[in-house]
Write a protein that binds this ligand. Structure first.
Ligand code: DGT
Ligand code: MG
Ligand code: MG
Ligand code: MG
Ligand code: MG
Length: 284
C-alpha cells in the first residue's frame, strides 16, 4: 500500500494516558493577561464583564464535555476544570484532553467577546491560554486543590482591592503605586481589612461575591424558585401558538433535569461538597 514504507513514523507517537480511576484537573491561564487587561482597559482590580466572559467560555467547556466535567472554578484569568474519575474522553490521553479544553475555552472566549464585552469593545489581538493537566488520586486532594485556588482568589482580591483603593484615593491621601506597595508590604489580612474600613469605609465582606469567592460552575437541580418560574412560564404559554408551547415543553422538561449552575460561594468548607440542595449526593 502506498505510504506504508513511511507509516512506521507513527510508532514515534507515544501514548500518554492518565492512570485509570483518578480525578483529572485541567487548569487554563491567560497568557500575558497583565498586558491583555491593560490593552483592553479592564477595570481594576476586577472587571465584571471580563470575568463574565471567562465564566461564559467555561460554561461552553462544561456543556461540551458533559458529563465528564463535573465542576469548574474560575478567578482572574484562570479556570480549573474537574473531570470525573470514570472519564474516558480520548481514552484518557492527557495531551488530547488538555488541548481540547484549552482550544475550546480560547475559541469560546473570542466567540463570546462582543456579546459580553459590548460591540464597541474591539478585540485588539488574539488572546491565548496555556494549560496543564494534573491527576489526583482522592477526593481529599480535589477539595484541597479547589480550596487552594479559592484561597488564592481571596488573598489576591484583598490585596488588589486595598492596593487600588490606596492608589485611587481621590483626596490628598492618594498614593502612587510605589507607595501603595510599600504601605501594604508585610501587612496581614486583618490590617488590609482595617485600612479598607477605616480609610475608605469599605466593608470587604460586602464586596461582590464573584470578586471575593471566584466563580464555581456545577451541574445541579433547579431550585424551588426556578421551578415555580418555569411552571408559571409554562402555564402562561398554554395554547398560545407554537413558540409558547415550545417554551412550555422546555419548562416541563427542565424540571428535575440537571442544569448548569453558576455560583459565587465558599468552596473551602465542607458544606459545599456535601450540601444536598446543590446536588444530590456528594460532588466527588
Ligand atoms: P502569565 O500567566 O505568566 O502569562 O502572565 P499574566 O500576565 O497572565 O499573569 P497572571 O496570570 O499571573 O495574572 C493575571 C493578570 O491578569 C494580572 O496581571 C491581572 C490581570 N487581570 C485578571 N483579571 C483582571 C481584571 O478583572 N481586571 C484587571 N484590570 N486585570 C485583570
Ligand atoms: Mg500564569
Ligand atoms: Mg495569566
Ligand atoms: Mg493567572
Ligand atoms: Mg483529525
Amino acid at each position: 500500500m502506498a505510504g506504508s514504507q513511511f507509516a512506521y513514523v507513527r510508532n514515534f507517537e507515544l501514548p500518554d494516558p492518565v492512570l485509570p480511576n483518578v480525578y483529572m484537573v485541567v487548569r487554563i491561564d491567560g497568557k500575558g493577561f497583565h498586558r491583555f487587561s491593560d490593552a483592553h482597559d479592564f477595570a481594576k482590580p476586577n472587571d465584571g464583564r471580563a470575568l463574565e466572559l471567562m465564566n461564559e467560555a467555561a460554561r461552553h467547556v462544561v456543556q461540551a464535555l458533559k458529563p465528564d466535567v463535573v465542576l469548574a472554578f474560575g478567578e482572574s484569568d484562570e479556570y480549573s476544570f474537574l473531570l470525573r474519575r470514570s472519564c474516558s474522553l480520548y481514552k484518557r490521553r492527557a495531551s488530547k484532553i488538555l488541548t481540547q479544553i484549552v482550544s475550546l475555552f480560547t475559541s469560546a472566549y473570542v466567540f463570546c467577546w462582543s456579546e459580553i464585552m459590548g460591540k464597541q469593545e474591539e478585540l485588539k489581538y488574539p488572546p491565548t491560554f496555556d494549560g496543564r493537566l494534573v491527576a489526583y488520586p482522592t477526593a481529599k486532594e480535589i477539595r484541597d486543590y479547589f480550596a487552594w485556588r479559592q484561597a488564592d482568589t481571596h488573598i489576591n482580591n484583598l490585596y488588589n482591592t486595598t492596593f487600588w483603593a490606596l492608589v485611587h484615593a481621590d483626596n490628598a491621601d492618594g498614593l502612587g503605586e510605589r507607595r501603595a506597595h510599600e504601605t501594604l508590604k508585610g501587612t496581614v489580612s486583618s490590617e488590609k481589612n482595617e485600612i479598607l474600613f477605616s480609610r475608605f469605609g469599605i466593608n470587604y465582606d460586602k464586596l461582590e461575591p464573584m470578586f471575593r469567592k471566584g466563580t464555581t460552575i456545577v451541574w445541579g437541580e433547579s431550585t424551588p424558585e426556578e421551578e415555580a418560574d418555569a411552571e408559571e412560564d409554562a402555564a402562561a404559554g398554554a395554547g398560545e401558538g407554537p413558540m409558547k408551547s415550545q417554551e412550555k415543553e422546555k419548562g416541563n422538561r427542565s424540571r428535575g433535569a440537571p442544569e448548569l449552575r453558576t455560583l459565587h460561594v465558599d468552596i473551602i468548607g465542607k458544606e459545599f461538597w456535601t450540601a444536598p440542595s446543590e446536588q444530590p449526593g456528594r460532588r466527588v
